[in-house]
Design a protein around this ligand. Sequence first.
Ligand code: NDP
Ligand code: 2IT
Length: 445
Amino acid sequence: MNVEKIMNDLAKKNPGEVEYLQAVREVLDSIVDVVEANPQFEEAKIIERLIEPDRVMIFKINWVDDKGVTHVNRAFRVQFNNAIGPYKGGLRFHPSVNLSILKFLGFEQIFKNSLTTLPMGGAKGGSDFDPKGKSNAEVMRFCQSFMLELARHIGPETDVPAGDIGVGGREIGYLYGMYKKLTREHSGILTGKGLNWGGSLIRPEATGYGCVYFAQEMLATKGENFAGKTVAISGFGNVAWGAALKVVELGGKVVTISGPDGYIYDKDGISGKKIDYMLELRASNQDIVKPYATEFGAEFHEGKRPWEVKCDVALPCATQNELNGDDAKKLVANGCICVCEGANMPSTPEAIEVFTEHKILFAPGKASNAGGVATSGLEMSQNSMKLSWTAEEVDKKLHDIMKSIHAACVKHGTGKDGYVNYVNGANIAGFLKVANAMLDLGLVN
Ligand code: NDP
Ligand code: 2IT
């Protein structure tokens, strides 16, 4: 397989789509040996078929703000691959959203969903709408307008969206309400739903919990665990919140969270009501973490990222490319032994190189944050069966899934020297299932 030629062709076809090209290159570099050892994949042009989305919908959202002023936003749904199950993946509302970011996220989602062991294909969507400073009524009108168009492209057995940055329980509620109104049906059309109308227990916590379960498995390979460990977390949203809860439960000490305005360093540890306060910060729609410093007397480092803090474990849970090569060097120099991604692609390729060179434990988001979509899959199962599992049942299934993803990474990513390259492991294991399914199904996607 000629990775350079494929990448050159892709770059020509998709000019300027840097995040998408970054995500594709990482996967191709990991799977090149497997593809060369299995000529049936090249004969069937599996790679070329996999890196091109099945379809991309781009549409306009008109909505009116509280003052009566009309706004126009751009929205997308990227249906990337449905070889192993209905398209599945979140919706992101953030001013930075563009086609490149959603194609990278949709592409990653194919392999992540494959790793979960559940039947879900890969998709992503969203809009450049900025929820910052918007009233509830404005968010509702935007969501309703968004669903008016999106509804024709999705369905409980076709494509099942969920949350991501800027889309949480409130937005899923407004989206679901409009879908129900349009179709006159209650169905498992979205995941991350409220508990009173078809949601699953543990879904809000699932991505963060899953990330920490995965890190627990990684640490165990070195005879280590979270007890007494100092943990640096970035972000202060849904994923960061769930991760902080689980780290504290396992005896670790969380010392940082971050937002676009900078990071908080709390030497006493972020636990109990301080973790609850993260929810208040998010709900304020202000997009800043600084108020935490005033509330709890912690340090605020304006415009900086938490990777300069001394820690044993780092959990990047904010956004893509938020941890670069220099940050990685600082983490390693400060004795960090494990970096486990809660966000999607938070580490740059240069950072990953530093981690693997120093042979520290490093897990890519598509493996370690798969607990979110896995629990979405469990929500879909409960909706289909029209019943609800207990929190303990869902948590146990989530935990087992994270262990099985870890085992798959170890199986496919262990090198001759015994070092587990989790990036290779996740990409190869995720790829094989989808590629073999595509062969079985004939030339349909
Ligand atoms: P939230 O909207 O709940 O939180 C996102 C967090 O990242 C916020 O703290 C946000 O602040 C921050 N953030 C965004 N951009 C930047 C930036 N440039 N610098 C610093 N911080 C930033 O989203 P989630 O917690 O749901 O998502 C976080 C990450 O986890 C994303 O990469 C997402 O794709 C990934 N993920 C989410 C899953 C889920 O189930 N929700 C599942 C798997 C992965 P702000 O909004 O102020 O910019
Ligand atoms: O990136 C992700 O895996 C998510 N945002 C969750 C997707 C989902 O369908 O639950």
